[in-house]
Ligand binder design. Structure first.
Ligand SMILES: C[S@@+](CC[C@H](N)C(=O)[O-])C[C@H]1O[C@@H](n2cnc3c(N)ncnc32)[C@H](O)[C@@H]1O
Length: 345
């Protein structure tokens, strides 16, 4: 089954927000999102207060366990993020080009839960390509996609044709590898299981850019991230591009602190974070198993506003750009500081 195509997810998000505010009793102004800052802040405060009310209702449900209660935040926080995004980011950011739509056409349907597939929207894949090309020269860069149900390699590889750089993809899913190879034969495809498999020596420490959109579980994410670090070379321009939903960290106590410690222990640090960079369709047609999992995890509740939030049409993730710390990249740096301290001053 292949997915139905949406050229700009914003229309659907906007409809969802408009219906939500109607339910809350404060319809969004007709000119939304072209409203002044003060109007935006007032609407945002109102949404926050409503979210608190919904969460305290959920908290009061004695038949829900603590996981289900924290799960409810998944819907409310996603709603909050999409609302802020709709005001903050211009509409055209989410417009996929015709070329992108053509190139991504016919991709294999998402398979979950065994492959954890939930692919991002075409415009998200397009933005990833643009970010990549802003920092890595196809003339010599080696790029590695750790899992590619989003078909980032299919959009990126044409820019590398006739150049010395290379695009590689690994995946556990034969369908994805076959699809990528058929669309762009120049892509180097590897069937590797990142959980159980070993890292081939020939690929270790050899890439300037490693992209991943790991499973949305914080331990699996960190495990995939460790593999990404193994594939990254020591070039100062080398970067990891991690797409990850922060909620999967933030819903756990000390989740974000753990993430930062995990990076620091491996000589890595964050170069930048772009909030709500990727969108993922939760439409049953696109990702039947994911929507089912969401519905099974939390039973329907007698709370109309919350029930509407469960129908949030898109999930999101941030883009975390990760690099080696200067200290681990440039050994003389520490020495230079030492000299400065002991000779200069
Ligand atoms: C892990 S999925 C995640 C998508 C989305 N972020 C989510 O959480 O549902 C991204 C890609 O990794 C691939 N993948 C899943 N498990 C894998 C494994 N153990 N080894 C290699 N690739 C894997 C999938 O086939 C898919 O193409």
């Amino acid at each position: 089954m292949s997915a139905h195509v949406v050229t700009n997810p914003r229309d659907r998000i906007r409809r969802y927000l408009k219906d939500l505010f109607e339910l809350i009793g404060t319809p969004l102004p007709l000119e939304w999102p072209e409203v002044p800052k003060q109007v935006y802040v007032q609407l945002r405060d109102q949404l926050f207060r409503q979210i608190e009310r919904e969460l305290s209702f959920v908290d009061g449900q004695s038949d829900l366990n603590k996981y289900q209660k924290s799960y409810a935040r998944y819907f409310t926080e996603t709603t909050r993020a999409l609302f802020e995004m709709d005001w903050n980011q211009p509409y055209p950011i989410h417009e996929a080009s015709e070329e992108t739509i053509d190139r991504l056409a016919g991709r294999p349907g998402a398979v979950g839960p065994e492959f954890d597939q939930l692919y991002c929207t075409p415009d998200s894949t397009q933005r990833r390509t643009e970010v990549l090309l802003q920092s890595h020269d196809p003339a010599h860069s080696r790029v590695f996609f750790l899992g590619d149900d989003d078909l980032g390699s299919v959009l990126l590889a044409p820019h590398f044709e006739g150049e010395e750089g290379e695009v590689h993809v690994l995946d556990i899913d034969d369908r994805i590898l076959a699809h990528v190879k058929a669309r762009v034969p120049s892509v180097h495809c590897h069937k590797i299981d990142l959980v159980k498999g070993l890292i081939p020596e020939a690929l270790a420490a050899s890439f300037d850019a490693v992209l991943l959109d790991p499973p949305w579980d914080r331990y699996e994410c960190l495990m995939f991230l460790d593999k990404a670090i193994c594939f990254l070379n020591n070039n100062p321009a080398a970067r990891i591009y991690l797409s990850f939903c922060p909620l999967q960290m933030e819903l756990y106590r000390n989740g974000m602190a753990h993430f930062f410690r995990h990076l620091a222990k491996r000589g890595m640090t964050l170069d930048s974070v772009t909030p709500v960079f990727n969108l993922y369709s939760l439409d049953e047609q696109d990702t039947p198993s994911f929507r089912r999992e969401l519905d099974e995890a939390l039973p329907a509740l007698d709370a109309p506003v919350f029930q509407h939030m469960r129908e949030v049409p898109y999930a999101y993730s941030n883009l975390y750009v990760i690099r080696r710390t200067l200290e681990s990249q440039i050994p003389w740096w520490r020495e230079a500081l030492f000299r400065y301290k002991h000779i200069g001053g």
